[in-house]
Design a protein around this ligand. Structure first.
Ligand SMILES: [Zn+2]
Length: 402
């Protein structure tokens, strides 16, 4: 049986202990001590991390009356110096106490019960029995919760026999155990809980609801509690200050200014697209004038720079408006190639089959319908040979071998 120092003194993080046993559990090395400050995973609270001598403790589990410290490497010494990761533990003590306050606040504001809780690395989640909660209610919940924090109420722990539980107005029925651990937040909340808590509500600091989600038809509330809420405020303040500097405005006009710029950008993009489409139509006309006649067919080839697929398609569609044409276009952006080929012939040519043997020239690939295909490639130096082979192959296809 391991003595649980964390229950007598949750603020003790360093301790000395004797190694009772070393066990091997599914390829994991576990150390059992006579006493420990390490809190094992349970009741939704994650396990403490830290060190035994110089060896890292990765996980802590309760098995029967023993607490098993899972470590990376064996510990040869009989006596150990233990050190719990204090920042992580304090964070979870804030989360646990904050969750009790939050659950009771949710109950008082909307008569919604807490069904389950989750203490994650990013936020604490409280699953309620509500199928919907209007966002205005969250302001009320936050007000109730943060008033309780400001009142700095004592958080008291009592171990009682199951028959004594009725003395307390506990939020949820207790588990069936020999002794029930009751956590009381002043006279605001009482609940059966095996987790670790701060000594008074002031230590929780702050509770901020950041959003919710619907799971299994119920609302699950996400909250930042304690130092996490402050860190989040700090991060958001920096973002806002940086944006104000970039936009040369104050916080009060920031949203409007960003909205104006976004609207202007959309307008500018529309104009640019219109201009580009017009330019592509002109290029298409030029290219048709310079087209290579093969039998009764016109072959239109063009190489573009940094032109997106949408514009290439506008070009292809423009030149294929009339029947009797074949086109192949390539755009190069750095060492990346995009290409398209299409035809408006009355006789069938399967362009996928037609282009397949040529693709190795540009280290390309692609696919599509028999009349139109597109793809990519990466050998820029192969473009002119690709174009010239395309012409030769088309001539063979249309007028046979010479
Ligand atoms: Zn708790």
């Amino acid at each position: 049986m391991t003595e649980k120092i964390y229950y007598h003194n949750p603020n003790q993080f360093d301790f000395e202990a004797m190694v009772i046993k070393t066990i091997q559990n599914e390829n994991r090395l576990g150390i059992i001590l006579d006493r420990t400050c390490f809190y094992p995973q349970g009741g939704g609270q994650p396990a403490d991390h830290g060190f035994l001598n110089q060896v890292q403790v990765e996980d802590v589990q309760l098995e029967g009356e023993d607490i098993i410290h899972y470590v990376e490497t064996p510990i040869s010494e009989k006596s150990v110096q233990g050190r719990v990761d204090e920042a992580r533990r304090r964070d979870f003590m804030q989360q646990h106490t904050g969750q009790h306050i939050l659950s009771q606040s949710i109950l008082r504001v909307g008569k919604w019960n807490t069904v389950s809780v989750h203490f994650g690395d990013d936020y604490t989640a409280v699953e309620t029995d509500a199928s919907s909660i209007p966002s205005s209610k969250y302001i009320e919940v936050e007000n109730v919760a943060n008033q309780i924090i400001q009142q700095n109420l004592p958080v008291k722990i009592e171990w009682v026999n199951p028959e004594e539980v009725d003395r307390f107005q506990i939020r949820r029925p207790p588990p069936e155990v020999k002794k029930v651990r009751i956590v009381q937040v002043g006279d605001f909340d009482a609940s059966a809980c095996g987790g670790l808590h701060v000594a008074s509500t002031g230590e929780v600091g702050m509770i901020k609801i950041i959003g919710d989600e619907k799971i299994r038809g119920r609302i699950r509330i996400h909250a930042l509690i304690g130092k996490r809420a402050f860190t989040d405020y700090d991060n958001k303040l920096r973002v806002v200050q940086n944006l104000c500097q970039i936009m040369t405005c104050g916080e009060d006009t920031l949203v409007q200014k960003v909205q104006n710029i976004s609207d202007q950008l959309k307008e500018a993009q529309k104009s640019l697209q219109k201009f580009q489409a017009e330019r592509i139509s002109v290029l298409a006309q030029e290219s048709i004038n310079e087209a290579i006649p093969i039998a009764d067919v016109l072959l239109i080839q063009r190489i573009f720079e940094n032109t997106d697929n949408k514009l290439l398609k506008v070009f292809v569609d423009s030149v294929l408006e009339k029947t009797g044409r074949v086109t192949v276009v390539i755009s190069k952006s750095g060492d990346q190639l995009n290409w398209m080929a299409g035809h408006s012939l009355s006789r069938p040519i399967n362009l996928a089959k037609f282009c397949e043997p040529l693709l190795e020239l540009i280290e390309g690939r692609g696919g599509g319908k028999p009349g139109f295909i597109q793809g990519g490639g990466k050998k820029v130096s192969g473009i002119s040979q690709f174009m010239s082979e395309f012409k030769t192959k088309l001539a063979e296809e249309l007028i046979g071998h010479e």
